[in-house]
Design a protein around this ligand. Sequence first.
Ligand code: GLN
Length: 188
Amino acid sequence: MIVGVIAVQGDFAEHEKMLGLLGVEYFQIRQAKDLNKKMDGLIIPGGESTVIGKLLRELGMMDRIKAMIQNGLPVFGTCAGLILLSENIFNDDNVYIGTMPICVKRNAYGRQLGSFTVEAEFKGIGKIPMEFIRAPVIDSMKDGVEILATVNGKIVAAKFGKQLVTAFHPELTSDLSVYQFFIDLVST
Ligand code: GLN
């Protein structure tokens, strides 16, 4: 198995570290030609969705990534990655990749709760640490989207087919379980 990691901005290095710890092979996607490489799964990191979105567009990658996901490529987006995958953004007129039938609210916790860590239940895994940094929340969703985690009544992780999104950053903890969840999704 080999996983491509979008590496134009954001905390892609932390994702790579987690994949390395699980013994999963990976490569960086920095330009359109990197999308020609064989990959079994794709990771879109946390960072700044507006910046990653702009770069993906300028580098001619956005439509290709969208088509690859629509054709069944498993994808895992964290935080900004979740925003980029959302079909709708409540407080932003942009739509980026837009393959996940959810509506997301950016920076949903405001300034005061900009960053925080909690332990909460993740469906099928149990309690895990969740680290939030200027995080979005999933505001609404269409049929077929499965909720995987909520924190204080807000949806912070979901799955739709082979698309997995978390508002928090598993790449910033030492817990590998969400990666294992994604790897299982890629291999089934
Ligand atoms: N607030 C960022 C955005 O809107 C996401 C933050 C993150 O990825 N940690 O893109």
